[in-house]
Design a protein around this ligand. Structure first.
Ligand code: GLU
Length: 451
């Protein structure tokens, strides 16, 4: 009998902690998945013997590199960049690049690990990866951002390729940064190829990609509610964040007849009891992507709204909650407040925004809870479709991609129900997403033998 038969969950987690000292976010993400997978593989000897989970929780490689650039005052600046290639069993590594001062190896390892399951859930052939740097684009000039992106790509280009690893955007990396990085890749290699997704429409980007993550998170919410014969129309929603994911989630909630009460940034949140309608959302999109201002400016523009400095929006009473900002932005106490205030469903536009304690509170209260790896998979799914269009040298129209996105989100929801239905009317979407995501990757790895 293989030794691994005797490794229980607790010993497994202790091993992960020991091998990844101080990497709390990574240990948190692995712990959340391992709980469900251990239960699923309890009677599946082949997965134990092949040490599949142990292998998925060890990135294929972590590349770390120096990014050197010159700021507008001619100071030489040195930053650290990474690309974590977690697993390519079912397709080329795929996942975003994050530029934010909070970026560490632990954060990128957790994101690449989660991405492996998320990408598998989409049903498209994509492995899991993530990259980034501890660079803060806020307050930097366009020229500084361009020089940073070019320097970052000057090292990254040798590790990526359309059949190897295809990065995209994430926090701090939007259309502007993707343009600078794609331009540099093309300049260095002399090749125009689909090496990045989230590109501009003029140079190989896909229709629906900007909307996909936020809309997808709302479609996931819609599917959870539909499963309970309910809908979004007439419901109030609290959303955190004010970037690409949050503003598109707000847009789709509004389209479906819901009322968005809040949005936020790292400085605080705005509460608008009249609802943040499409005109107001357009104003915020312009504020954040063009003027690059702070959400506090909203109250100067729109009367009736209040700004809450240094606070998060989870204390505002609502039917639906969509955390769309960043990891661990919703803790146990805040989850308890949401439940006490009568929240019925949570759909995560961000990656791992709820702490483990918060997740347990949602489950104990039996509210509908769609974890990021399922609920926000629409973004990477449309990235997968951008890869297909680039490979075919073709572009599909908005309507076709819109239909594909809604079908993909329905498919992801249904996979979660298949593996997460508890038989008593409650669906454990975390468990469903973990098992469905794991199974495809695990079976591919079994097919490859010990590699
Ligand atoms: N950064 C997004 C995510 O967390 C998108 C990744 C992609 O499109 O590759 O899934």
């Amino acid at each position: 009998m293989a030794v691994s038969d005797h490794v229980d969950l607790e010993t497994f987690i202790k091993g992960v902690e020991k091998r990844n000292p101080g990497q709390n976010e990574f240990v948190q993400a692995v712990t959340e998945v391992a709980q469900d997978i251990f239960e699923f593989i309890a009677d599946k000897e082949e997965y134990h013997e092949a040490q599949i989970l142990r292998r998925i929780a060890e990135p294929d490689r972590v590349v770390s590199f120096r990014v050197c650039w010159e700021d507008d005052n001619h100071n030489v600046r040195v930053q650290r960049g990474w690309r974590v290639q977690n697993n390519n069993a079912i397709g080329p590594y795929k996942g975003g690049i994050r530029f934010h001062p909070s970026v560490t190896e632990s954060v990128l390892k957790f994101l690449a690990f989660e991405q492996t399951f998320k990408n598998s859930l989409t049903g498209l052939p994509m492995g899991g990866g993530k990259g980034g740097a501890n660079f803060n684009p806020r307050g930097k000039s366009d020229g500084e951002v361009m020089r940073f992106c070019q320097s970052f790509m000057t090292e990254l280009y040798r590790h990526i390729g359309p059949d190897t690893d295809v990065p995209a955007g994430d926090i701090g990396v939007g259309a502007r940064e993707i343009g600078y990085m794609f331009g540099q890749y093309k300049r260095i290699t002399g090749r125009w190829e689909g090496v990045l997704t989230g590109k501009g429409m003029e140079y190989g980007g896909s229709q629906m990609r900007p909307e996909a993550t936020g809309y997808g998170a709302v479609y996931f919410m819609q599917n959870m509610l539909k499963h309970k014969k309910d809908g979004i129309d007439g419901k109030t929603a609290v959303i955190s964040g004010s970037g690409n994911v949050a503003t598109h989630a707000a847009e789709q909630i509004t389209k479906q007849g819901g009322k968005v009460l809040t949005l936020s940034d790292s400085g605080g949140f705005i509460h608008d009891p009249d609802g943040i309608d499409q005109d107001k959302i357009d104003w915020i999109k312009d504020l954040k992507t063009n003027r690059r201002g702070r959400i506090s400016e909203y109250t100067d523009e729109f009367t009736g709204a209040s700004y809450h400095e240094g606070e998060r929006p989870w204390g505002v009473k609502c039917d639906l909650a969509l955390p769309c900002a960043t990891q661990n932005e919703l803790n146990g106490d805040e989850a308890r407040t949401l439940v006490d205030n009568g929240v019925i469903a949570v759909s995560e536009g961000a990656n791992m925004p709820t702490t483990l304690e918060g997740v347990h509170i949602f489950h104990d209260a039996k509210i509908m809870y769609g974890p990021g790896k399922a609920a926000n998979a629409g973004g990477v799914a449309v990235s997968g479709l951008e890869m297909s269009q680039n490979a075919e040298r073709i572009s599909w129209n908005h309507e076709r991609l819109g239909t594909m996105l809604t079908e993909l989100m329905e498919g992801i929801h249904d996979k979660c129900v298949k593996y997460g239905d508890q038989g008593d009317g409650y669906v454990d979407y975390v468990k469903g997403a973990n098992i469905a995501g794991f199974k495809k990757v695990a079976d591919a790895m079994l097919a490859y033998g010990v590699v």
